[in-house]
Design a protein around this ligand. Structure first.
Ligand SMILES: [Zn+2]
Length: 327
């Protein structure tokens, strides 16, 4: 802990596999962190209990001033009411997360709830690779493709809490069916499952030698490992994923004129070196130079998405003056 930090926030990120928690200082130092299995099949109340227990554990082990709690959730998240809708991976159609957690904490501690990838964008803005950038787009590649937009120093949430849904822009209306009901969404290529399907298709159509032909089944991690050994076909598949992301980020470039794209998420970070050139090339093909003169593309360096969740507490308390106060 740095001696100059006097205030702290708790951040919780609810993922389909794990709940990650941090206690974060106002300087961005991670004072404590933990992870527990989410096990969403045990039900919504069980997940609420775990989140509340994480908050209590972080409070108990600490004597400093905690100003509030930020909680990130997948799905569509109404931050004003603290309600989560359609968090498919958690099995939640509608979950009053704010009410459920507040009831279990009973400490008068302010709690806010936000969409996970929006909070990651906030985390990048305050303590990650978005520092010093008032206009950037965060793109997270994992089990899906999500995003968060900071424009003019503000988090853009949209008219109905669903801004930055990068994964469900269809880039080929005749493409593969998507979980959302449309066809050819970017996420059908730019995601773990999407990359695997794309690679299988390339293997079937090509006679190029590849270490991937030795696998009975492979996952996105295997494609990365194979690419690291210089496998031409794996490298090609990853460049095609980068190209697809480049189509989406071209639209972002034309609409938002950002100065940076930050690529995060487990697969985004792992594949960054293999996709960045293809993303860049696609943006150059599809946009005017005037809209991208300041643009660069970097990898996320945040330790955990829970850091971004904690930043929601700072953001809600201090708004866009936060940056000036903290840095
Ligand atoms: Zn879709």
């Amino acid at each position: 802990m740095t001696s100059s930090s006097k205030k702290f926030a708790i951040g919780i990120d609810i993922g389909a596999t794990k709940i990650a928690s941090v206690l974060l200082s106002e300087k961005g130092d991670v004072i404590a962190m933990s992870k527990v299995a989410t096990l969403p099949a045990e039900g919504m109340q069980s997940v609420f209990n775990k989140v509340a227990q994480e908050i209590k554990s972080l409070m108990q082990s600490f004597s400093g001033e905690v100003i509030g709690v930020g909680i990130g959730s997948p799905g569509k998240v109404d931050t004003t009411r603290g309600v989560v809708y359609d968090a498919v991976n958690l099995g939640w159609k509608e979950a009053n997360l704010l009410e459920g957690i507040s009831r279990r904490i009973d400490r008068g501690l302010p709690i806010w709830v936000g969409k996970d990838t929006n909070l990651s964008a906030l985390g990048e803005y305050f303590f990650g690779n978005g520092r010093g950038y008032d206009d950037f787009v965060y793109a997270s590649i994992g089990s899906g493709l999500g995003g968060g937009i900071i424009s003019g120093g503000q988090l853009i949430t949209g008219s109905d809490w669903y801004a930055a849904d990068l994964g469900h822009i269809s880039i080929d209306p005749n493409g593969l069916p998507c979980v959302c009901g449309n066809n050819g969404c970017a996420e059908t290529i730019v995601s773990g499952a999407g990359l695997v399907e794309l690679t299988k298709g390339i293997l079937a159509e090509s006679s190029v030698k590849s270490l991937l032909r030795d696998y009975e089944h492979f996952a996105s991690e295997d494609i990365i490992l194979t690419a690291q050994s210089g496998d031409e076909l794996a490298l090609f598949a990853l460049s095609k994923m980068g190209q697809a992301l480049g189509v989406v980020l071209s639209a972002c470039t034309a609409i938002l004129n950002p100065s940076r794209f930050i690529i995060g998420g487990g697969l985004g970070v792992a594949s960054f070196n293999f996709i960045v050139d293809a993303i860049d090339e696609e943006i150059r093909k599809r946009t005017m130079i005037s809209s991208r003169q300041k643009l660069n593309i970097v990898r996320s360096n945040l330790e955990t998405p829970a850091v971004g969740s904690a930043c929601l507490a700072w953001y809600m308390l201090l708004g866009n003056t936060l940056k000036k106060k903290l840095i």
